[in-house]
Design a binder for this molecule. Structure first.
Ligand SMILES: *Cc1c(COP(=O)(O)O)cnc(C)c1O
Length: 388
């Protein structure tokens, strides 16, 4: 393993963390170990690899790299973000209770509500911007708090350290979906969380060309349990996808700096624009949790939501259809800028009354600000808004 100085910065860790030249050839980049099985030298004698559901060197290189980035002792990577969440839920047993943010990623909500509830887990969905609401939902059966910060698309934050302070004394594990911030800006384990979760599909890979997930943990027992469950239930990523993710993480530092810089500028444009209503971005000083954002993370990220015109579906449609450089698509976190209409795309399953009650207008649009030249992004945003 490259011996990294304990004070090495994240830009260095992103490139070198957990990486070794390939032991057979010295290849500087970990090869794609595209194999399902490994030869035994003799009965019971192998090189530590038996079957690729259990062990794959490309996957292991990615897991070491992600663990180094999060400052975690252990990393596990999965075939998708939801495969990681699903495996995490397998650590619980029927009758156990989970407290989850109500504004969580739609697929997470669906997995909990439509799959795990049927298997006897119980969930309470609360306003996770309020630590009091989280604590008030605890029951003697509560085993886990699952929060996403910031949330999608309303960019609400949860105070991670404050949640840990109420959960830990009761032996309740705290899991943070860190997809939007990435370890470059926010490190939940350092704030006391038990696990940091990622949809690797998004910023960690950063190039919109694979789907993957990860869990980063410090506790040896939890790690062992997750490893067992991953092997037992099979939610493993392929080596090609691990290679792509590992290629992506090498540029995490430069990408996140640029996503953040571009988004700050576009958020400022939107905040002053006569044709934009409410703007949701933790970097704006009028964001209700701006101080928490500054304290808990070292950047604000590349995600912005805003309400075009009067907030009607028609205003949203006119602006959405007018974008030229921003691509109309779901997902986020790639080098290219995307625009999404959550009410008809990512959040179509959320009832309209519930959306409106959360302050989520019919026409609300979400931007995943990419790393293009910001002047071009600004021009596109302004011409699109001009249509309303
Ligand atoms: C995409 C996403 C997920 C789910 O991850 P997949 O890789 O799509 O399975 C979970 N949480 C957040 C915040 C996401 O954006």
């Amino acid at each position: 393993m490259t011996q990294l100085d304990p004070k090495a910065g994240l830009g260095t860790i992103a490139i070198h963390g957990g990486q070794v030249p390939d032991p057979t050839t010295g290849a500087v980049m970990t090869p794609i170990y595209q194999t399902s099985t490994y030869a035994q030298e003799a009965l019971g004698k192998n090189k530590g690899y038996e079957y690729a559901r259990t062990h794959n060197a490309t996957r292991a290189a990615l897991e070491r790299n992600l663990a180094a980035l999060e400052g975690a002792k252990h990393g596990l990577s999965y075939s998708s973000g939801l495969a990681a969440t699903n495996t995490l839920m397998q650590t619980l047993s029927a009758g156990d209770h989970v407290v989850c943010g109500q504004n969580t990623y739609g697929g997470t909500y669906r997995l909990f509500d439509k799959v795990w509830r049927r298997h006897g887990l119980e969930f309470t969905f609360v306003d996770a911007a309020s630590v009091e609401s989280i604590a008030a939902a605890f029951t003697p059966a509560t085993r886990m708090v699952f929060v996403e910060t910031p949330t999608n698309p309303l960019m609400q934050l949860t105070d991670i350290a404050a949640v840990v302070a109420v959960a830990r004394p009761r032996g309740i594990k705290v899991v943070v979906d860190n997809t939007f911030m990435t370890p470059y800006f926010q490190r939940p384990l350092a704030l006391g969380a038990d696990a940091s979760f990622h949809s690797v599909t998004k910023y960690l890979n950063g190039h919109s060309d694979m789907v993957g997930g990860a869990l980063l943990v410090n506790d040896d027992g939890l790690h062992e349990q997750l490893r067992f469950l991953q092997n037992a239930s099979g939610a493993v990523p392929g080596p090609m996808d691990c290679f792509l993710a590992l290629r992506g993480t090498k540029t995490l530092a430069v990408r996140m700096e640029r996503h953040d810089r571009n988004a700050r500028e576009l958020a400022a444009v939107l905040a002053k624009h006569p044709k934009a209503g409410k703007v949701f971005y933790p970097g704006l000083s009028d964001h209700p949790q701006h101080e928490l954002a500054k304290r808990q993370a070292s950047g604000f990220g590349g995600m912005i939501s805003f309400v075009p015109g009067d907030g009607s579906l028609e205003a949203g449609r006119i602006v959405f259809d007018r974008f030229r450089l921003f691509t109309r698509a779901e997902s986020l976190g790639g080098v290219e800028s995307l625009v999404c209409h959550p009410a008809s795309m990512t959040h179509a399953s959320v009832p309209r009354e519930r959306r409106l009650a959360m302050g989520f207008a019919d026409g609300l649009l979400r931007l995943s600000v990419g790393i293009e030249d910001v002047a071009d992004l600004r021009d596109d945003l302004e011409q699109a808004l001009g249509a309303v």
